[in-house]
Design a protein around this ligand. Structure first.
Ligand SMILES: [Fe+2]
Length: 253
């Protein structure tokens, strides 16, 4: 398609290697340690404030009011989810990094397997929640531009992509996430089902839009009716945010 994406041609190995070198979740928050809020190459980060100025991970403020997504999600749900659950992952991530630093200091790696698991769990939990708040906006935002072209190319149509995304998200076993991601090795968009936070990912893939289907995300408002919650999510999905994420992922080539 004329004027379309060039990601099949240029993006690839370098971006892929860069993603791996930054770690499974470090690559997903573009303001890496020491570059809080600055993004890469002077571009504003698509996920501001997820890393503090001191280089430690931090809880970004909710990008809208706690009641802004009502009636889809209640103020109670967003307050608990953001202030308690997401904060818990941030705390767990920083505490795990502290424990790893202490282990290095002591030269004692007896707990390294458990700590490595904690690092992946809390790190992925922080990344996905930071993306989740931005994946929604009151009233939703349309899918257009370069993302639209990529979706049509890789899924056939917007309807087909959204149907697969909703089905995959509803079908996650136990706790997890539906994830629309950009896979830089082939330059394709893919939809993943993430179990817990960290399982079933593709290394290097950059999450663009995510939907949390842990029960804490919806149980107060929907009880066991996860499909109704996911259908509601599709109505508030911020596809403009996903498009900015794609632009950012491509800019790393
Ligand atoms: Fe959550």
């Amino acid at each position: 398609m004329e004027g379309g994406l060039t990601m099949h041609h240029g993006v690839s190995r370098r971006a892929f290697v860069q993603g791996v070198s930054m770690g499974a979740f470090g690559a997903a928050l573009t303001s890496g340690v020491g570059a809080a809020g600055g993004g890469m190459g002077g571009m504003p980060s698509t996920v501001p404030d997820a890393v503090g100025e001191d280089g430690r991970y931090s809880l970004p403020p909710l990008p809208y009011g706690y009641d802004a997504l009502e009636p889809f999600l209640s103020k109670q749900t967003l307050t608990l989810h953001h202030d308690k659950h997401h904060q818990g992952y941030v705390n767990g991530l920083n505490a795990t990094l502290d424990k790893l630093a202490a282990a290095r200091q002591a030269g004692d790696y007896a707990a390294v397997t458990a700590l490595s698991r904690d690092l992946a769990f809390h790190g992925s939990g922080h990344v996905l929640h930071a993306l989740y708040w931005l994946s929604m906006t009151p009233g939703g935002a349309p899918l257009e531009g370069a993302l639209l072209e990529a979706v049509q190319r890789d899924f056939g149509s917007v309807q087909a992509m959204q149907a697969q995304f909703a089905a995959a998200t509803k079908g996650v076993e136990a706790s997890g996430w539906g994830v629309l991601a950009y896979e830089p090795l082939a330059g394709k968009l893919v939809i993943l089902q993430s179990e817990k936070h960290q399982n079933l990912a593709i290394w290097g893939a950059v999450p663009l839009l995510v939907c949390d289907v842990w029960e804490h995300a919806y149980y107060v408002d929907y009880q066991n009716r996860r499909p109704d919650y996911v259908d509601g999510f599709m109505q508030v999905a911020d596809w403009r945010f996903a498009a900015r994420r794609l632009t950012e992922a491509l800019s790393r080539a």
